[in-house]
Ligand binder design. Structure first.
Ligand code: NAP
Length: 305
């Protein structure tokens, strides 16, 4: 009998994973916020995943954090700012050798969760898949991609990667997951805050090439100082490539702000600035960018942490 996949958070990525695992016949249980969210879910026919315009509904079983069953494997699919509290609510249910897969973007939340659960195995993930909610319990699979998974403490891949294979979730075990997460964080810091400040699509940053280049130089310095030289290699070229390749897109941070949603700033640009301060690195443009972004969020009455 396969181990149950408990999925914490039935948002975009949680639903994308839950639907594909359930479709492959694997045991899945969703953990929803509270009784009210559970009642709302139970009034729906299940989780609906829309792929290439075709919707399929999967009647995945759901529960609240108060449910009594022990948890052996937990996919944490909340936003970075919710992960630590959401996992804390489940701490009493986690088996001593439980495994957690942390899907959060940026850095900081993974270490916070791992520190709270010294016995558990925490696997960090970095995903280029894209999904968004277009209704309650309904998610659109918008961008095919890859998920890299890795464990900074133990290089051995877990056996359940076979489940991902069976579910058709493109993935790769990575022995340098921190480098991947730092690289993605640096790309995000060079692009996303500017799209919020200039209120533009990614491609319009081509008109701000000098500013982007200055940020890339400071981010490269930071990566090297933080022991991540591989994440700094050719950063500016990759940032320019991403700006070009995603020219028509609005960044995730732009979309969060446009929809008056909380951003993950503290785990992206905020994390980078804190790391710079820890290393007594003076990165004036990055720090100024952080101040400008915080001011913009305050002006829009959005959380700035
Ligand atoms: P999302 O759609 O906002 O989903 C987050 C879910 O977590 C929501 O359903 C929320 O519940 C739930 N949640 C929060 N606190 C909870 C708690 N205490 N108990 C149970 N559920 C809780 O977010 P997302 O877009 O999937 O993003 C998740 C992470 O993946 C983020 O760090 C994001 O940056 C990263 N990521 C996302 C994508 C993407 O394409 N979406 C791609 C790559 C990486 P409610 O529904 O009740 O609010």
């Amino acid at each position: 009998m396969s181990t149950t996949w408990h999925i914490l958070g039935a948002g975009s990525l949680g639903t994308l994973w839950a639907a594909r695992l359930a479709r492959a016949g694997l045991p899945v249980r969703l953990i929803l916020r509270d009784e009210a969210r559970l009642a709302s879910y139970q009034a729906a026919p299940g989780l609906t995943l829309v792929e290439q315009g075709v919707a399929h509904t999967y009647p995945v079983i759901a529960e609240t954090p108060d449910s009594p069953q022990p948890i052996q494997r937990l996919l944490v699919a909340c936003k970075a700012y919710d992960a630590q509290n959401a996992v804390a609510q489940l701490q009493h249910r986690l088996a001593p050798d439980a495994e957690l897969i942390l899907l959060q973007n940026g850095l900081g939340s993974q270490d916070a969760v791992a520190a709270q659960l010294p016995q558990a195995r925490c696997i960090f993930a970095s995903s280029t898949e894209g999904a968004f909610r277009d209704g309650d319990w309904r998610v659109v699979f918008a961008g095919h991609g890859y998920t890299w998974l890795g464990d900074t403490g133990h290089p051995t891949p877990p056996l359940w990667l076979d489940d991902l294979e069976a579910a058709g979730i493109p993935h790769e075990w990575s022995t340098d997951i921190l480098t991947r997460l730092w690289r993605k964080l640096a790309l995000n810091c060079a692009i996303n805050p500017l799209t919020v400040l200039y209120q533009c699509r990614n491609g319009e940053l081509q008109a701000h090439q000098c500013e982007v280049a200055t940020l890339c130089a400071e981010l490269s310095e930071l990566l090297e100082c933080c022991g991540q030289p591989a994440a700094a290699v050719d950063l500016q070229h990759e940032v320019e490539r991403v700006i070009h390749a995603t020219a028509a897109n609005y960044s995730s941070m732009y979309q969060d702000v446009a929809n008056a949603r909380r951003t993950e700033i503290s785990y992206l640009l905020g994390y980078a600035c804190q790391a710079a301060a820890r290393h007594r690195l003076n990165l004036p443009h990055l720090q100024q960018l952080h101040v400008r972004l915080v001011d913009e969020l305050l002006a829009r009455r959005l959380p700035h942490d």
